[in-house]
Design a binder for this molecule. Sequence first.
Ligand SMILES: C[S@@+](CC[C@H](N)C(=O)[O-])C[C@H]1O[C@@H](n2cnc3c(N)ncnc32)[C@H](O)[C@@H]1O
Length: 151
Amino acid sequence: METRLLFRLGEIENLPVADNTVDIVISNCVINLSTDKKRVFTEAFRVLKPGGRLMVSDIVLLQELPQFIKNSVAGYVGCISGAILKQKYLQAVKQAGFQEVKVVDETSFPVELMLNDSEAQALIKKTKITPEKLKEIGTRVVSIKVKGKKP
Ligand SMILES: C[S@@+](CC[C@H](N)C(=O)[O-])C[C@H]1O[C@@H](n2cnc3c(N)ncnc32)[C@H](O)[C@@H]1O
């Protein structure tokens, strides 16, 4: 039997997919970049068949970030500045209509990597933030894997 993969270029806020047609929606480290996360989950819900599954991995916050990081282009590109509070993220998934919403994995942000990253180094230099403070801010950021089901 031949297996064919079909790729469609689109935006996560406007999926180029018909209603109730897909079995599973997966995503890795993309939704944090969207400025309309509620819309993203509503779109995922729309395209899934009843009984369809959502499984996404993303960066979320345990505590709000300081404004200078929120405003940082490097922080946004690095998937941090666009991240929202974990509670709000899960609320958006549930509000879209998903049931059995569960965080199946949660890992802390690799602060060591962040501190060695050239963009983090540039940020340290530009804002004069201490590596210790940056490390503390890093503890506010986690990576989660979330699953949900369309009833
Ligand atoms: C951090 S990368 C992750 C890529 C891939 N999922 C992976 O795990 O390697 C983020 C990707 O999201 C894409 N992206 C950002 N905003 C998007 C949007 N609104 N709609 C669709 N894709 C988007 C970017 O172009 C980029 O390819």
